[in-house]
Design a protein. Structure first.
Lengths: 478, 284
């Protein structure tokens, strides 16, 4: 036990897990402000004192990027919040983002020893607290870059994997340039995650900290179109390239009626709202249409974001239609809970059969059938099986399909020799290396749809692999 | 920012803009488009690249002021700048040596057709151009087309210039003439392209159309541009924008394109107060 926390383990265990301050569900479901305001200093200090400072800190093993959690919490105990966030940033350059969107309950907090008998230490909320503290008091200073290197690395895509890879390489002293297709940085953090979970102001600040490391960012640059990968090597003189273009292409179910007006992919719906600011139409020009009754198909985080957004845009009835049961939903528990609080109606064990249209080609409803759970499938979850004769119809004016995304095909189609899988993902080895020399990849582009933190883990691993690759190129041949 | 180097009104409501965008100018090919966002808070809209100069680093856009964003764009002057221009997007037009080709442009679609007609000519085709417009002043690029293709026919709906009637009447005459044509490229309003498709289908002549759809990003992310082609779902931005005209479900696309008609009216007539940020109806 450190000298900083005077409490005995039994005393620490008696402190209840601190709850963060949240907007009330009735109010927040009609605004786009952040749902959770996080911890204040008192709560953060009390929570930090719950940490048992285990000799074997399982929490760090549970963290995909290996943050020294015990050490940062000890700094919180000492009220050295800036020291704490610096400690986090050694392993994770985007703490204000991860403190908000990471699924801590299935990572660091799941293995927290306190969690065996009591609720685990609120590691995520503490991470967010120190990051927000530094932001609020404007205390950020970029880490010192010890040696400058001459090699140039291109990062394609400014989502979580690209930003992390860029930050790690810049810290190692490489010259890093990020190419982003959209007009703003962040990738899925920008177009996918709503303002009420991750304010754009926070994203802008985190991005400015990447720039503070000397990273150059080109927006409006579609690699594969504006310049190809081979041109980035041959004409722009990059020595290595990291591909982090994510999984941005929506998939559709393939049921009748999907091209009716009023049917959106979750990507289109969220991009209109988050990237283009359609929730402020007509002050912003991009329109969006939300009917009185909205149905969102899917059970992941994207589905939760879409259905909660539709409620905020004025839907009187917002349904989540999911073919398995609540327990199989891939969404984070916190998001499911928040959705329930906000009055989202869950139609579980329900699968859409066809979308019904009006004579003027607008959605008027959806026909569904009830499902029951059968034997486990290859994902380990019990396979939903249709119940005969259970068809029923719901009246809806808007339908949003959130059934998953796949990688955008532009780079794969314009880069000879880049091996892809049948699912369209880029094939990599355990060191994030693709089939092409000098090209690395990570995040959803190689995983096919995962989390922000796993994308960051890949970005970090790729940065190390790129360093090894570039060092190998310059090492004397023996 | 992407500066406007030159601006010229070429017809009532139609403006030609030369825009500095060196990376795009280097790479663009006939059939490519760009996504443009004029200013903060604005929409992203797709616009086909009409021409480009890789040495000067400029691209040419020809824009008809029909909605809020295009009106704003057409009101810009040389020396102003556009906030975002990204591209070149979409697949370039497949340019092959067919023999004799008819290029059919309707309204501002003629601007999109221009680089294609030129590329087809350069590839060794005999190119017959049909330019259609509602009336004389909306017939654009006649001289430019005359300079780069073999023959130009003009039709106007009201008969104020050229032949009175629709482009399809002229095209039918060409299809019926000895030798006919080996391929047709048609770009214009959806009803026009549909009519061309129906006509050439009966002649069995290969026909390509370029589809204007709802788009948000233009890079394959949103799926707003989905169209049914040969019974399959395609994204106009990455699978197109050009498709075999005989397999496109035009009726579905025309209905999809009406999705935001009522909201576009609001957006078109709104006035955002620069002082308070409040949105008001514009004065008539």
């Amino acid at each position: 036990m450190s000298a900083h926390n005077p409490l005995k383990p039994s005393e620490r265990m008696r402190i209840p897990r601190q709850e963060s301050i949240e907007q009330e569900a009735a109010i927040r479901s009609i605004n786009f402000l952040e749902v959770s305001f996080g911890f204040d200093e008192d709560r953060a200090l009390r929570e930090s004192q719950r940490c048992l400072e285990c000799k074997e800190p399982y929490c760090t093993d549970g963290c995909p990027v290996g943050i020294d959690i015990r050490a940062f919490i000890d700094l919180v105990v000492q009220k050295d919040y800036v020291g704490a966030v610096k400690k986090i940033r050694e392993a994770n350059y985007l703490p204000a983002i991860c403190g908000r969107v990471c699924p801590q309950e299935s990572q660091c907090e799941e293995v927290c020893v306190m969690g065996k008998k009591h609720p685990p230490v609120a590691i995520g909320k503490l991470e967010r607290f120190v990051a927000d503290y530094e932001m609020k008091h404007d205390l950020f200073t970029p880490p010192e870059v010890k040696e400058k290197r001459t090699e140039k690395v291109a990062i394609v895509g400014s989502g979580p994997s690209g930003l992390t890879c860029a930050a790690e390489l810049a810290k190692m002293g490489y010259r890093v340039t990020i190419f982003e297709a959209l007009h703003a940085v962040g990738g899925v953090l920008r177009y996918g995650i709503p303002e009420f979970r991750l304010p754009k102001e926070i994203l802008d600040l985190e991005a400015s900290r990447i720039k503070a490391l000397g990273v150059e960012i080109f927006t409006n640059f579609v690699v594969g179109r504006t310049a190809t990968i081979d041109e980035l090597f041959d004409e722009w003189g990059f020595n290595a390239i990291f591909l982090g273009t994510g999984a941005g292409t929506p998939t559709f179910m393939g049921i009748p009626g999907e091209n009716l007006s009023g049917v959106y992919s979750a990507n289109e719906f969220l991009t209109r709202v988050n990237l283009m600011g359609a929730y402020r139409f007509p002050a912003n020009d991009t329109p969006i249409k939300v009917g009185k009754a909205v149905g969102v198909i899917g059970g992941g985080n994207t589905a939760m974001d879409a259905v909660r957004t539709s409620k905020r845009l004025g839907a009187e009835k917002a349904y989540l239609i999911y073919r398995r049961s609540r327990g199989e939903m891939p969404a984070r528990e916190e998001e499911i809970h928040h959705a329930e609080q906000e009055g989202i109606e869950f139609l579980l064990l329900t699968a859409p059969v066809r979308i019904l249209g009006s004579s003027d080609n607008w959605v008027r409803g959806i026909e569904c059938q009830k499902m029951e759970l059968g034997e486990p499938d290859e994902s380990g979850r019990r396979r939903p099986v249709p119940v005969k004769g259970s068809e029923f119809t719901i009246e809806l004016q808007t339908i949003i399909e959130a059934i998953g995304q796949k990688p955008n095909p532009i780079i794969q189609a314009t880069t000879p020799g880049l091996e892809t899988s049948r699912r369209g993902t880029v094939v990599i080895n355990e060191k994030q290396k693709t089939s092409r020399d000098g090209i690395f990849a990570g995040g959803d582009l190689s995983r096919g749809g995962a989390t922000v933190i796993l994308a960051m883990k890949d970005g970090k691993a790729a940065a190390s692999a790129i360093r090894d690759y570039l060092t190998g190129l310059t090492a004397p041949q023996t | 920012m992407y500066p406007i180097i030159d601006r010229k009104a070429i017809a009532p409501t139609i403006t030609r803009l030369e825009i500095k965008a060196p990376f795009i100018a280097r790479k663009r090919k006939a059939g490519n488009f760009v996504m443009v966002r004029v200013e903060e808070g604005g929409e992203r809209i797709p616009l086909t690249i009409a021409d480009g100069d890789p040495v000067a680093g400029t691209i040419t856009l020809i824009v008809q002021a029909i909605g809020g964003t295009t009106k704003l764009l057409c009101s810009k002057k040389a020396g102003d700048a556009l906030l975002d221009v990204v591209g070149p997007l979409g697949n370039p037009t497949p340019i092959a040596r067919h023999g004799t080709v008819a290029c059919v442009g309707g309204g501002v679609g003629t601007a999109e057709l221009y680089p294609i007609a030129r590329a087809l000519k350069e590839a060794g085709n005999t190119v017959l151009t049909i330019i259609g417009g509602r009336s004389k002043e909306l017939v654009i690029l006649e001289q430019e087309m005359a300079a780069c293709t073999d023959r130009v026919f003009v039709t106007t709906d009201d008969g104020t210039y050229g032949r009175k009637g629709l482009v399809t009447a002229q095209l039918k005459d060409i299809l019926d003439s000895p030798g006919g044509v080996n391929a047709v490229y048609a770009i214009g309003p959806l009803p026009m392209m549909k009519a061309v498709a129906n006509l050439t289908r009966s002649y069995g002549v290969e026909t390509l159309v370029s589809l204007n759809t709802i788009m948000v990003d233009g890079t394959g992310m949103c799926g707003g541009c989905r169209v049914t082609v040969a019974g399959e779902m395609k994204f106009a931005c990455v699978d197109g924008p050009e498709f075999d005209a005989h397999t496109v479900d035009f009726d579905e696309l025309m209905m999809r394109n009406r999705t935001y008609v009522d909201l576009e009216k609001i957006s078109d007539t709104k006035h955002v107060c620069r002082l308070t940020g409040q949105v008001q109806e514009a004065h008539p």
